[in-house]
Design a protein around this ligand. Structure first.
Ligand code: AMP
Ligand code: MG
Length: 414
């Protein structure tokens, strides 16, 4: 990997690291046919072609009367004879005779020769006649056959992530089973002699391992299949065994801890022997050390140990990589927005920072952001209180209150 990559591993920008990683990725082999609901959050492995026009027939977008626009007087009311009532779900009705209107409900098929629907509020009914108010427009309040999807058109392309809208769209075509990429398998473990697992008493100097829980949460929430291999001691044999086990079962191996200068020394030679891994120093905060490469057939990410750094590096590098491996095309983007910060933000030029912020709406209706406070990379509470990252570019210095900053929301609608 060192040979083909033209960036300096001792000083990489966030974008350079993303670029190098992206060069090494292609979707996993393996697809499966699943019932529609089981396809939620997975990636399509086939194009979905539209077998029918959607909607199949021209239909009413309002409750009212289907008419022939040519029958309507240019000025004043028009009286028409009511030919009958068309309910949603009835078979397509016979054509209208000139001078006729059909009472029609939303979603009901419009007679083939009718071109316009007049909303009920613009009409007055007396017995079997209806008076239509002036000022109607040709073609109003009808949904055309095929206006959503045309028969034969590509409704969805391979690589598309199937969210609620896509499940509904596929269902609207009458398709109940789709081919998707198999779930990506991700194995992870934590390294560190100071780590205890939940259920063990905390010995002096120990802390509970939280990274396996944030990793579990981030991976599972995105629909990846994960394998938690526990806490591994800072010992070459233990780590070698864990690497072997992980690379047998997974497409991707993620570790946390032990990639900073102090501890990396015996992990580095191990990885050099077992795979093809590069240790990087990334100009970012939190999360400066990162290892990336391959362990046999697996992709490997060595994340830093600090709990906030794990989450930040996961979102900055691992998330998109996993999506690509899982078959995503295009990548689901998390857009960034510019808002004013109401708090000053400490920042020294030289590293891209992912500070934790809370975006909220003030009394004037303006969305602004403020800092969660202490930005220490061990303070996981900052991630829990935050609802966005405040992304400060590498060359940015301190930020005054009132200045505009870029934010990236943690959550969207879907
Ligand atoms: P390291 O990258 O291994 O030097 O770890 C950096 C810091 O993160 C140290 O303070 C570790 O105790 C802490 N840390 C490492 N792994 C974990 C973990 N799994 N859960 C919580 N804290 C951790
Ligand atoms: Mg450690």
């Amino acid at each position: 990997m060192n040979r083909v990559d033209d960036f300096d591993p001792q000083s990489m920008t966030v974008d350079q690291a993303r670029t190098v990683i992206a060069r090494h990725l292609k979707p996993v082999d393996g697809t499966m046919r699943v019932p529609l609901r089981a396809a939620l959050n997975r990636f399509l492995a086939e194009d979905i072609l539209t077998p029918v026009d959607v909607p199949a027939h021209i239909n009413a977008a309002m409750d009212g009367y289907a008419v022939l626009f040519a029958d309507l007087a240019a000025t004043g009311e028009t009286a028409l004879d009511i030919s009958g009532t068309i309910l949603a779900g009835s078979a397509p009705p016979p054509p209208l005779d000139p001078g006729q209107a059909a009472r029609i409900m939303t979603g009901a098929a419009v007679p083939d020769n009718a071109d316009t629907v007049v909303m009920q509020e613009q009409t007055r009914r007396e017995g079997n006649r209806v008076w239509i108010a002036p000022g109607q427009h040709s073609g109003q309040h009808v949904r055309l056959a095929g206006e959503d999807l045309h028969k034969g058109a590509t409704a969805l392309r391979r690589g598309k992530r199937l969210r609620a809208a896509e499940l509904g769209l596929i269902a609207s075509l009458g398709i109940g089973e789709v081919s998707v990429f198999r779930p990506l398998r991700v194995a992870f473990f934590s390294t560190g002699d100071e780590l205890a697992s939940i259920g063990q008493p905390l010995a002096n100097g120990q802390i509970y391992d939280s990274n396996r829980y944030t990793l579990y949460g981030m991976l599972t929430a995105q629909g990846f299949e994960c394998f938690d291999l526990g806490v591994v001691r800072d010992h070459p044999v233990a780590i070698e065994n864990a690497f072997e086990e992980a690379s047998r079962m997974a497409d991707v191996v993620i570790t946390s801890g032990g990639v900073s200068v102090g501890e990396a020394d015996f992990i580095k030679p191990l990885l050099a022997r077992m795979g093809d891994v590069v240790f990087w120093k990334i100009a970012m905060k939190p999360g400066r050390p990162l290892a990336y490469g391959h362990l046999g057939p697996c992709h490997f990410f060595g994340l830093p140990g600090n709990p906030v750094a794990v989450m930040v590096t996961f979102y900055a590098f691992v998330r998109d990589a996993l999506f690509t491996l899982a078959g995503a095309n295009p990548l689901p983007v998390v857009p960034r927005f510019t808002v004013r910060t109401t708090t000053t933000l400490k920042k020294v030029p030289g590293r891209t920072e992912f500070q934790r912020g809370i975006v909220s709406q003030n009394a004037q209706g303006e969305w602004t952001v403020h800092s969660t406070g202490n930005q220490g990379s061990g303070i996981l509470r900052s991630m829990s209180e935050a609802n966005c990252f405040i992304v400060l570019p590498q060359e940015q210095g301190p930020v005054e209150a009132g200045a505009e900053v870029e934010i990236q929301l943690f959550e969207g609608l879907i």
